[in-house]
Ligand binder design. Structure first.
Ligand code: ATP
Ligand code: MG
Length: 332
């Protein structure tokens, strides 16, 4: 059975992009067909300016939303990254295999370091080394597949490179994973700026649909989405990024095909209306289940405790093997 690993950072409220690009498949597909682990990768949230209490709150909320989206702890392992020490144990070793040049080439590092400076902060060293920790997240579990949105494929490529390099230098230790982005909605764009990705840590509220937005808020945001000049509804990501984004969201929510849906609509208004309703319907069961789970925090805590224990047991042999292979003396 394939081993699957993926995670989500507690850097903001989860968005429609997180859901359509990643989480939904974890619940609908991955947990049923593979041995899957899903993680709140809280250490990654410390790579940028953060409020400790907010990170803690968002970690709890993120875990609750993972379960609300349909992850079943009987079928998969749900846990918090910082509860399993193997991640940081392994990331150091991978930093000894990676080069500073390949870290500096990461698009996310470039974008986020510019943003941190623009916000008046300095750039944390951990933002640069982040991909080594992400590689550790994946390699510790011997994951074959990493279901992520499009924006994370570069980090998974780097993870592959590090795994291959380590295996060649020190002997076969790691499974070489691959990213598996979804066919549709692999990169949901900001509704107010359809040339940039919808990201949970972005500042622009009205362009971002959050999983816990009330139906009327969702409708308002979608109806106010920036569209393109022109009249006809066609799917063209280059020339009509705003309309293409709506078509992708609609297709992802209804199971359709964005190009085919383009032919169905005669006006932007009608497209927006149907897209808004489709999003509201997709979010409805997640929000209902989230409300139930919020009333039972002890259950969520229990899931995370058991998840961490299972994850630790799975990661330990691989991380021990990596320590031995790279030349560290075994503890007696
Ligand atoms: P941040 O702004 O802090 O980077 P984020 O919204 O990008 O937050 P991440 O925690 O970095 O979220 O990523 C979690 C998962 O969601 C990853 O698999 C990522 O590829 C996916 N994802 C994030 N944003 C989008 C998006 N706009 N469209 C599709 N997938 C997305
Ligand atoms: Mg991100």
């Amino acid at each position: 059975m394939a081993r699957v690993f993926s995670g989500i950072k507690p850097t903001g409220h989860l968005t429609l992009g997180n859901y359509l690009g990643a989480m939904r498949r974890w619940a609908d597909v991955d947990q049923h067909r593979s041995d899957a682990l899903f993680c709140i990768v809280d250490l990654h949230a410390l790579t940028v300016d953060h409020d400790p209490a907010r990170v803690r709150r968002l970690s709890r909320q993120g875990a609750t939303l993972l379960l609300a989206s349909g992850l079943d702890p009987e079928l998969c392992t749900v846990f918090v990254q910082s509860h399993v020490g193997e991640h940081t144990r392994l990331s150091y070793v991978l930093e000894c295999v990676a080069t500073d040049g390949e870290m500096r080439r990461m698009i996310q590092y470039k974008e986020k370091s510019v943003r941190e400076r623009a916000r008046g902060g300095s750039v944390r060293l951990s933002l640069l080394t982040y991909p080594a920790l992400m590689a550790a997240d994946i390699l510790a579990y011997g994951a074959d597949e990493v279901p992520v949105g499009d924006d994370q494929t570069q980090h998974v490529e780097l993870t592959r490179d590090l795994a291959v390099r380590f295996n060649q230098r020190y002997g076969h230790t790691f499974v070489v994973p691959r990213a598996t982005p979804p066919a549709v909605a692999a990169r949901v764009m900001n509704l107010q700026d359809p040339t940039s990705k919808m990201g949970k840590s972005d500042d622009s509220g009205p362009g971002i649909v959050y999983l816990l937005d009330e139906p009327d808020v969702v409708r308002k945001k979608v109806m106010r989405a920036v569209t393109d000049s022109g009249q006809d509804v066609v799917y063209d990501r280059e020339a009509r990024p705003g309309v293409a984004n709506l078509l992708e969201i609609l297709a992802a929510c209804t199971g359709g095909n964005p190009a085919a849906l383009g032919g169905v609509y005669e006006s932007y208004g009608a497209l927006k209306k149907d897209t808004a309703e489709a999003v509201v319907e997709v979010l409805r069961p997640v929000q209902a289940r989230h409300k139930e789970l919020c009333a039972d925090p002890v259950y969520v805590e229990g899931v995370l405790r058991d998840g961490a224990e299972k994850a630790r047991a799975m990661a330990r042999p691989t991380v021990d093997a990596a320590y031995r292979a790279i030349g560290l003396l075994e503890p007696v």
